[in-house]
Design a binder for this molecule. Sequence first.
Ligand code: ADP
Ligand code: MG
Length: 731
Amino acid sequence: MGQLRFKALEDLLSNSRELLHFDFTTQKASQYYGENVFDISTMQKYVSKEAYKSVLESIEKGIKIDRRMADQVAAGMKAWAMERGATHYTHWFQPLTGNTAEKHDAFLHIDSQGKPFENFDGKLLVQQEPDASSFPSGGIRNTFEARGYTAWDPSSPAFVIGDTLSIPTIFVAYTGEALDYKTPLLNSLTALNKAATEVCQYFDKNVTKVHANLGWEQEYFLIDESLCLARPDISLTGRTLMGHASSKDQQLEDHYFGSIPIRVKRYMQELEIEAHKLGIPIKTRHNEVAPNQFEFAPIFEEANLAVDHNQLIMDLMKTIARRHKFRVLLHEKPFKGVNGSGKHNNWSMATDTGVNLLSPGKNPKSNMQFLAFLVNTVKAVYDNSDLLRASIASASNSHRLGANEAPPAIVSVFLGQYLTKMLADLEGRVSEKKMTPDEKTDLKLDIGKIPEILLDNTDRNRTSPFAFTGNRFEFRAVGSGANCSSPMTALCTAVADQLAQFKVDVDALIEKGVKKDEAIFQIIKKYSIHSRAVLFEGNNYSDEWALEAERRGLSNIKNVPLALDALVSEKTRKLFERTKVLSNRELEARHHILLDDYTLKIQIEARVLGDLSMNHIVPTGVKYQTELINNVRGLKELFSQEEYESLAKGRLDVIREVSAHISSIKLKVNEMVEARKVANKLESPHEKALAYSNTVAPFLEEIRYHIDKLELIVDDEMWPLPKYREMLFLR
Ligand code: ADP
Ligand code: MG
């Protein structure tokens, strides 16, 4: 029984001894950085000036690239890609499965005379029609109209991986409705650009464009391949559904920032080199808090590009891990009892004049602008906290949000003492009646004194789900396996809408004869008072906070299906309509898909746990029990009744204990199957997901409890699955 586990442990030893031979390049990273990317500067060498200009205009102003220009770009791309050994091309997109999708076609073409040649033209570059019928559409695509289109996104450069030229694209239905993550993200960035640029105009007429920046911090676990293969739960669900805690895990806090095990370091080095060749600016790598947990972070980039790069690196991580006989676990909570993995989304807005709008400046004017963007962001988060919560809700992330061992699902904002005080001070000083010129000058001078490097003054609160960290906000509640588009779209849309409202409010005061500066002060004050309830500086993980948040009227939606409802609330529908990010139908489709995804994930976990319980755990328990029973029989034969009774007592207790756990496991598995049957009959995706959440998911914990107890009792030699202590310490 335990054979597979012991074979896996033997393999683990040989895997860690036989370090993969890896040919470290002696080149500097700056020499190969971006060599597999058809970026703007490479494009300049391969296409005419005219075509190059047309792509630039499309990136900067959204002007359409005509067919003739597209032909030229395609020819340049093909020539460049073939020099890099590419034989195939693909549109690379992000369907609502959460993964990336690609379908490779060869450049090879045969003309009417039967002569072979390499073909790739503007038509193939700009648009394709993959058979889309198997991607989730949430009902948008009727089965009789299964067509979906991918369309080139020139703002994210094409790249070569292996033998394939990959072209980032959006993915939409025949009707133009979005079937992917990229389309709404691009729409939200357009809305943000428009609204933020208009607000910037109050402060600086030279600003013509505002973009969002994103720096993601990717946490992940690694486990040895052989052990992963011996754990069907990890292979099929990405997490351990059972396993007693190791006597030692993270108590000694000796993993965080510790020296990286050599085998892991080689993996990281290879990944970094490949990432750098693909123009992904990986900068930081370190050990995380839990054993086997690590993190990568790049230098931040424009949000759309950063999202593509994150999707790309998640794929790359998985591929390269296999070469090193590892498996990457991007699940938010692969191991119970130790830290889970998140993906902090560091977010800011910047102008085409090179100003970070969330960075305090050097003078009163730039700091008024900073305060305006800061306060508008806080208000957007407060007013749309349920939407932000929904944007990060998933079955796997629920282990990091709202569940046992996890922080509460309350969205609050941390600003740090300095800014919190600054806002309170401003609220007290700006008056509704006309301020005297002296009062105004004083206020401006004080605002001018906001230190540029707030980072040092900001007591970093690690428990806040949305924290200001000196020159950006960190949305920390995002899951490690998530596509960042979803939270970025929600945030950018909410802030875009808020900034548009700010402009309306300020203009209304100006219309009434209030001076511009004073109007801005007054509206900032109004928003600041309005949003006070969302600001929290304390420990977000404490029980007191949950009570306090409730008093403040903040939501704490623990349950995923209920959290997802915010995607189709009246408020969200209107918000997305005003900003033209997603239509009503598109929101409903997404809601539907996410509910189904939740149901299916729990369903799979329940099935895997049921199978493992009945086929692995119960038989092991019975076998051990039989051994004990035989032992007791032997005692009875050998010893006097009196001696037997004293010797057998402990064993009999163990037999009873083992029996009780086995019975409980069987009983609970049967009950879980029944609960699933009931849930499966429900028609509405919402009802079904709720039933899975309320009546099926709790069994996962209950069954696990008994299995983990058995693991502690049963002879180690018999235990069939690798244990936590074996999986969690890579060398
Ligand atoms: P920490 O763990 O201390 O939060 P890291 O260095 O791991 O910091 O990650 C910080 C991330 O934030 C990096 O990706 C970094 O490029 C990014 N970042 C820094 N400044 C900004 C900014 N203005 N806008 C967006 N992201 C930023
Ligand atoms: Mg961080």
